[in-house]
Design a protein around this ligand. Structure first.
Ligand code: F0G
Length: 477
């Protein structure tokens, strides 16, 4: 299956109900959906995809989407993104590109709930690592990739801490529709992710710098060379990422949870989640919104610093830029670079900052930061009580635990932690945590301030003797 999904309603053009709109309410300039831009021409702000909803054919209630799932022999309805096409109707059904993304799971995780301090049955983990490229990125990539194809792009580019690049590379290899050009910081990407980009045949440019440097370069280069940019400044990416929330609601039989907890890096996810819930509310498909918790790694905590410490708010679109500029200047002056074992969110200049502030406003949000020690302990618990995840993803569970301890989250709240990437993305961090090899522990973890691996599951070394092996198994099992 895959690719060009369903010719079912091929001729029924829906593009005219979608357009791009500047997020700055006092500008609100609009542009055609069928144009390539990552910022407002007039004021330079980020763009949203907006819809004339009164002309769209949106189901009357969310449970109507269940009928779509029953038609999963159609690629468009098999996709966990495109079966919600009516809620992101910027393309015609015959234009949709899919590789079967979005077959992800919501797991009730009672062992992890205990670790977090929640009542049994109340903590759920949303496994976005089950996507084809192993992370949530495929949700957004299929949308941006579809738009790139609509625009006739030949090449697509991104800067990445590893997952966006793996996703783009996969869409390029699986569809053969485009060439991937990816920018990564040197030494800043886990082997699992790098191996994907290389294996899928992406042109991989490793620049001397970190993600924030790569992001600046990829913007310049894609503009200069006319390459389609798929980072989350691309508003179509976020349309696809909205569907993570739709699938969570679906798994909860359309009941709205109390909290969505998500790691924050470039802040595309949190921005998309805020937009998803705002639109569902506007469409009368839900009657209340969950609260949002965005969790930074302590070594990459710009959002936390700005939102919780310096009080920066969306403020109806009139964001006070002074504290943001002051903090950026401070980082420049001090030469501060993001540094965390959660390499996926090792980002100091999140491009979606303003959209995330809007989402925090919409969803009565909070921001927290968690240290690498807490991230890895939480990750070990997710592995021992669930299906595992990569370090950045576990920030959500560590964050939920912190918010529980603070009393912000109640034990009886219904909480969903979004696990953004697959366990196998970063085996080095996992092995270093569980290892008995002190040298490896020191090199990978102690150098980052991780002191101990309290939840480690260590391999036991035994001589190659039957009796010794049996003795060891009896002793430890
Ligand atoms: N979790 C994982 C596993 C990620 O790969 C990322 C971002 C995030 C969380 C943060 O999400 O940017 O929406 O706040 N990774 C990007 C990349 C930056 O290049 O793969 P966000």
């Amino acid at each position: 299956m895959l690719q060009s999904a369903g010719a079912t309603a091929a001729n029924q053009s829906q593009t005219d109900i979608a357009f791009q709109r500047c997020i700055n309410p006092s500008c609100a300039a609009t542009y055609e959906a069928r144009s390539v831009r990552t910022a407002c021409d007039r004021c330079g702000e980020l763009l949203d995809i907006a819809y004339e909803w009164d002309r769209a054919s949106v189901p009357a209630k969310l449970s109507d989407f269940e009928a779509m799932w029953s038609r999963r022999y159609e690629p468009m309805r098999f996709s966990g993104v495109w079966r919600f096409h009516e809620l992101l109707p910027f393309c015609r059904p015959d234009e949709i590109v899919t590789v079967g993304e979005g077959q992800t799971l919501l797991q009730q995780a009672d062992a992890v709930a205990k670790f977090v301090g929640m009542n049994p049955g109340q903590l759920h983990l949303q496994y976005e690592g089950m996507n084809p490229s192993g992370s949530f990125k495929d949700n957004g990539m299929c949308a941006a990739f579809t738009h790139a194809c609509m625009m006739g792009a030949q090449r697509a580019a991104c800067a990445s801490t590893g997952n966006t690049s793996a996703s783009l590379a996969l869409y390029c290899s699986a569809t053969q529709k485009m060439k991937a050009v990816i920018f990564i910081g040197s030494g800043k990407i886990s082997y699992g992710k790098l191996s994907q980009a290389l294996d899928y045949g992406a042109l991989t440019v490793q620049i001397a710098g970190d993600f924030d440097d790569a992001m600046i370069r990829v913007k310049q280069i894609s503009e200069q060379l006319g390459i389609y940019l798929v980072n989350s400044v691309n508003p179509f990416r976020l349309e696809g990422q909205k569907t993570i929330m739709f699938r969570i609601l679906e798994a909860l039989r359309w009941q709205v949870p109390d909290w969505i907890v998500v790691p924050g890096g470039n802040l595309g996810n949190s921005s998309a989640f805020g937009k998803a819930f705002a639109e569902l509310k506007q469409l009368g498909l839900i009657d209340r919104l969950p609260r949002l918790a965005v969790i930074n790694a302590a070594g990459a905590d710009t959002l936390y610093e700005l939102y919780e410490r310096r009080g920066v708010r969306w403020n109806d679109g009139k964001v006070d830029m002074d504290p943001i500029r002051a903090y950026n200047d401070h980082m420049d002056r001090e030469g501060l670079k993001a540094d965390t074992i959660a390499s996926a969110i090792e980002i100091n200049r999140p491009v979606n900052l303003k959209k995330c502030l809007r989402a925090l406003d919409t969803m009565d949000g909070v921001v927290r930061q968690v240290c690498d020690q807490d991230i890895l302990d939480a990750k070990a618990q997710v592995g021992a009580g669930g299906f595992g995840c990569e370090p950045a993803s576990a920030a959500s569970v560590a964050g939920a635990k912190l918010l529980r301890r603070e009393g912000v989250i109640a034990p009886s709240d219904r909480v969903v932690c979004v696990l953004t990437g697959h366990e196998l993305k970063d085996p080095t961090a996992t092995v270093a945590y569980h290892t008995t090899d002190q040298e490896m522990f020191n090199k990978v973890l102690a150098s980052r301030g991780v002191q101990k691996a309290s939840h480690a599951n260590r391999a036991i070394a035994v001589p190659n003797e039957l009796d010794d092996i049996i003795k060891a198994i009896q002793l430890y099992s």
